[in-house]
Design a protein around this ligand. Structure first.
Ligand SMILES: *Cc1c(COP(=O)(O)O)cnc(C)c1O
Length: 362
């Protein structure tokens, strides 16, 4: 049995370490996971309360059109309901875009390092990958425009960028869209949109209304804290959305995930609390880094990429033994650093002590 040629050089996604595995391996009782940018404050208590009532009819297929969630989101974002596509996480929308627009003989442009799923899914479709190095954590948009040729079909912008956290400034984004040929799909992945400081937030929805080739990706996995329920979505022109909905599987979100997402959307207090605490804890962590002489990339997300005098793996392994799981830059295409999710105040204070201990011995 021979899979597509490209599989010979690919492997399955290696997730961050799992809490239970680390407990066993190191004989620890308590583990703090700061590796996957999950919400350290959990998720809306209103959703938690409502979930038991959603279990009555698991024998019935969900509404594949996600009508209730669609209506709620469309009115919140002030867009037409026909501009939304829901996915099993925005991960699935990335795959749907690749399956819809990429094939052998086409190419796709992205930053490096960036979110790995763009490359992964594009490769499976047989597209050529053009990677443009970041500059100090930021997308090099002029170089990305220069990389465009006749075969270019999709360009990926990740903002804030995972793993660096850097946000594409509003004016640069608009300039990019003005200069990008309108027959090329531009995907703006805003998985961390809710974490961006208010004054810096681009008005991405009005950009979608202006640029018919723009696809914005958002998710309920990060600030809303519903990573386990797998709901992400895209906002795009009706023309693009029609295509994405042809590719999409008919029942790719569940009733539980749809209703929970809708309730999470309505719990603005939880989101506000998450936003505020993240900024407070992130600022405190940046101050700590300044104090101990560690450099990091600008971040508008709920994580910080810290540059190290050692390999990322060294700090990663050290912190594991102390009960903290972070993400080594080694796995993210940036060996001398670690990506650390901003956790609760208490956990961050202990983490900082541990990092100090590490630095004292290198
Ligand atoms: C986490 C993440 C996603 C995917 O999230 P889903 O859980 O699949 O919605 C997409 N893009 C970026 C940049 C991410 O960090």
């Amino acid at each position: 049995m021979q899979a597509k040629q490209v599989f010979q050089s690919m492997s399955p996604y290696t997730p961050g370490k799992q809490i239970e595995d680390v407990k066993k391996e190191y004989g620890l009782n308590q583990i703090v996971k700061l590796a996957s940018n999950e919400n350290p404050f959990g998720y809306s208590s209103k959703v938690k309360k409502a979930i038991p009532q959603m279990l009555d009819h698991l024998e019935i297929y969900p509404d594949g059109y996600a009508k209730q969630l669609r209506d709620g989101l469309a009115s919140k974002l002030e867009i037409n309901e026909e501009q939304l596509t829901f996915g099993c996480g925005s991960d699935e929308i990335v795959d749907i875009i690749c399956r819809s627009y990429l094939e052998k003989g086409t190419n796709t442009i992205m930053a490096t390092p960036t979110f790995p799923q763009y490359k992964h899914n594009a490769l499976i479709q047989g597209a050529e990958i053009i990677e443009v190095p970041l500059i100090n954590g930021y997308h090099d948009l002029p170089a990305m425009l220069d990389a465009i040729n006749q075969q270019t079909k999709v360009i990926w912008l990740c903002s804030p960028n995972n793993p660096t956290g850097s946000l594409i400034p509003k004016d640069e984004l608009i300039n990019f869209l003005d200069n990008c040929p309108s027959n090329i799909i531009v995907v703006l992945d805003e998985a961390y949109y809710e974490y961006i400081e208010r004054s810096k937030k681009p008005d991405s929805i009005s950009l979608v209304q202006k640029y018919a080739n723009l696809v914005v990706l958002r998710t309920f996995s990060k600030a809303y804290g519903l990573a386990n329920l797998r709901v992400g979505y895209s906002i795009a022109s009706e023309e693009i959305t029609t295509i994405l909905n042809i590719t999409r599987g008919p029942f790719n979100t569940t009733s539980i995930s749809q209703l929970s997402a809708l309730m999470a959307l309505e719990d603005e207090d939880f989101l506000e609390e998450t936003y505020k605490r993240n900024i407070e804890n992130k600022v405190a962590f940046m101050e700590f880094c300044n104090e101990v002489g560690l450099d990091y990339y600008d971040s508008e997300a709920n994580f910080l990429f810290v540059k190290l005098p050692t390999s990322g793996d060294q700090l990663f392994e050290f912190l594991l033994t102390k009960g903290f799981i972070v993400r080594s830059g080694e796995a993210l295409g940036h060996p001398n650093g670690v990506r650390i999710t901003i956790g609760s105040k208490e956990n961050m204070e202990v983490l900082q002590q541990r990092i100090k201990e590490f630095l004292a011995n290198v």
